[in-house]
Design a protein around this ligand. Structure first.
Ligand code: IPD
Ligand code: CA
Length: 266
C-alpha cells in the first residue's frame, strides 16, 4: 500500500465515524441533555459527548481493530508506532449545551506521530472538512487554498479561552491589547472549527494556548493542507499547549505581536 492509499483508507474511516457521530449528536439531538462538569464548573460534558465517542470508537474498531484510539472522554494511549486516532467527540461542548451553532466532531488519524488523515464535521453549518497529508484540504468537496493575507492591522484573528479563571483573565488581557493592533477578534468556541476557518479564509489567523491534542489533531492538518503555517505561538512545531495558524507570509509579524503581548505565557 502506498502512503496515499493508506491516507485514503484512513480518511474513509474518519468520514464514516464523524458522519455517524454528527447524526447522533445533531440530527438526533435529544430534547434534554444530561450535563455534568469536568475540570471546572464551566467545563461541561454531556451524555452525548460520551455517546458520540463510543460510536466513533465502534466504527474505528470495526474497520481498524489494531489501531490505537485516544479520545477526550475515554482517554487511551497513543501508539509508539503505527496509527493513532485522536477523537474529539464534540469540540465546542459549550456551544452544544447552549444549542449554539459551531460545534464539531473531530477525528484524525496520525501515522507514526504524523497527521495523515483528518475530518472535522460542523453539522450546524452543514460543513464537512477533510484533509490528507499531501492530498490537500477540502470543505464539502471544494479544495481549500489560502488567499493572500491582509496586512496585520486588517487581520481577523480567532482565538479561544481555557476553562480556568486565572488563565482566562490573562487571555482577556492579551486580547484587550490585540484589539488595537488587528481588525478584530473572533471567539467561536471550537478549536477544530477555528483551524478550518483559517483554511477557508473565514478568519485570517487563529491562536490559543492550553488545548488538548484531540482539539487540534484534525484541524491542524486541514489548515496546513490549505497552505497555512501551523506552529506554536513562540515558534517551532505546534503543541496542544500553544498553537498559531496563519498564512506563511504573515506569521512572523503576527508571532512578533503575540509574543510581545505574552500570549504564549498565559
Ligand atoms: C474547547 C473548544 C474551545 C477552546 C477550548 C477547548 P471542548 O474544547 O475547542 O474553542 O477555546 O480551549 O477546550 O472542551 O469544547 O472540547
Ligand atoms: Ca470535546
Amino acid at each position: 500500500m502506498t502512503a496515499a492509499d493508506t491516507a485514503a483508507e484512513l480518511l474513509s474511516v474518519a468520514r464514516e465515524a464523524a458522519s455517524a457521530a454528527c447524526t447522533l449528536v445533531h440530527t438526533n439531538r435529544p430534547d434534554s441533555l444530561s450535563v455534568s462538569t469536568k475540570s471546572t464548573a464551566t467545563d461541561h460534558v454531556t451524555d452525548m459527548d460520551r455517546a458520540s465517542e463510543a460510536l466513533i470508537r465502534e466504527v474505528i474498531a470495526d474497520r481498524r481493530p489494531d489501531d490505537a484510539v485516544v479520545g477526550e472522554e475515554e482517554g487511551g494511549d497513543a501508539a509508539l508506532s503505527g496509527v493513532t486516532w485522536w477523537v474529539d467527540p464534540i469540540d465546542g461542548t459549550t456551544n452544544y449545551v447552549y444549542d449554539h451553532p459551531g460545534y464539531a466532531v473531530s477525528v484524525a488519524a496520525w501515522v507514526d506521530g504524523t497527521p495523515t488523515a483528518a475530518v472535522v464535521e460542523d453539522p450546524t453549518h452543514a460543513r464537512t472538512y477533510w484533509a490528507t497529508a499531501g492530498g490537500g484540504a477540502f470543505c464539502n468537496g471544494h479544495r481549500l487554498v489560502l488567499g493572500d493575507p491582509p496586512p496585520l492591522a486588517q487581520m481577523l484573528v480567532a482565538t479561544g479561552f481555557g476553562y480556568e479563571a486565572r488563565r482566562r483573565r490573562a487571555q482577556g488581557q492579551v486580547v484587550a491589547e490585540l484589539l488595537g493592533e488587528v481588525r478584530d477578534i473572533r471567539r467561536m468556541g471550537a478549536a477544530a472549527v477555528d483551524l478550518c476557518s483559517v483554511a477557508s479564509g473565514r478568519v485570517d489567523a487563529y491562536f490559543e494556548v492550553g488545548l488538548s491534542r484531540w482539539d487540534l489533531a484534525a484541524g491542524m492538518l486541514v489548515a496546513a493542507e490549505a497552505g497555512a503555517t501551523v506552529e506554536s505561538i513562540e515558534g517551532g512545531p505546534p503543541r496542544a499547549e500553544s498553537v498559531l495558524a496563519c498564512h506563511p507570509g504573515r506569521i512572523d509579524e503576527l508571532r512578533g505581536l503575540l509574543v510581545g503581548l505574552g500570549a504564549h505565557r498565559v
